[in-house]
Design a protein around this ligand. Structure first.
Ligand SMILES: [Zn+2]
Length: 181
C-alpha cells in the first residue's frame, strides 16, 4: 500500500535548505540531528549528538539493558567508528553489535537501513535508481514529515530524523549509478 501518492511527488534532490526546512516541521517526532564537536566521541574524537536514555533502551539488546545507567548518552555518527552510544561520565560505551538494529550510518553491507520510521533501505533506493534513473525516497520522507508521521526518537538509533543522511546517501547512489554507466 502506498502511503504517499508518488504521481504527485516531485523527483528532485533536496538542497541543504530544503532539508533544514523539512527538519523544522516536526521537531518532536522528527528532530534535526545536533552533532556537536564540543562533545567528542570517546573513541574517534568526532562530533556526537545527544540521545535520550529512552532511545538507547529501545535499541539495546535485552541482555544489555541493565548496563544502561542514568548517564546522559550521546550518539557517535562517524561511519568508521564502531561506538554507537557513550556517556561523558566514563560509563560503558555501546558498539554496533550491542544493538538490536543495524545502524545504517555505520554499515556498508546490505541491508543498510536509511529511514527507520518507514523502512527504506539502501537497496530499495539503488533498485529504484537502476529502474527509473532517480529516487523518490527523500520526497516521500518529506511528505510523511509534513503529515507528522515520523517517530524518530523511538525508531532511529540516533534519535534524530534520517532525512539529511538519506539525502546524502541518495546523491552518492545516483553518482555511483552514473559512474557505472
Ligand atoms: Zn566515534
Amino acid at each position: 500500500m502506498n502511503l504517499v501518492d508518488c504521481s504527485s511527488v516531485d523527483r528532485q534532490e533536496l538542497t541543504s535548505l530544503d532539508v533544514a526546512e523539512a527538519l523544522a516541521l516536526d521537531p518532536v517526532n522528527a528532530p534535526a540531528p545536533q552533532d556537536d564537536p564540543h562533545h567528542a566521541c570517546r573513541s574517534c574524537d568526532n562530533a556526537s549528538r545527544p540521545v535520550t536514555r529512552k532511545t538507547v533502551l529501545l535499541m539495546m539488546k535485552s541482555e544489555l539493558l541493565d548496563r544502561v545507567n542514568q548517564d546522559e548518552y550521546r550518539f557517535c555518527s562517524d561511519p568508521e567508528c564502531r561506538v554507537v552510544y557513550f556517556s561523558e561520565n566514563g560509563g560503558p560505551a555501546f558498539m554496533s553489535s550491542d544493538l538490536r538494529v543495524r545502524v545504517g550510518l555505520k554499515e556498508k553491507i546490505d541491508p543498510v537501513p536509511l529511514c527507520y520510521c518507514f523502512g527504506f533501505d539502501e537497496k530499495d533506493a539503488r533498485d529504484e535508481i537502476s529502474g527509473t534513473g532517480t529516487s523518490t525516497v527523500t520526497q516521500r520522507i518529506v511528505a510523511l514529515i509534513k503529515q507528522k508521521m515520523c517517530a524518530c526518537p523511538a525508531k532511529n538509533p540516533s534519535g534524530a530524523c534520517c532525512l539529511g543522511e538519506v539525502n546524502k546517501a541518495i546523491k552518492r547512489l545516483m553518482a555511483d549509478a552514473a559512474d557505472s554507466g
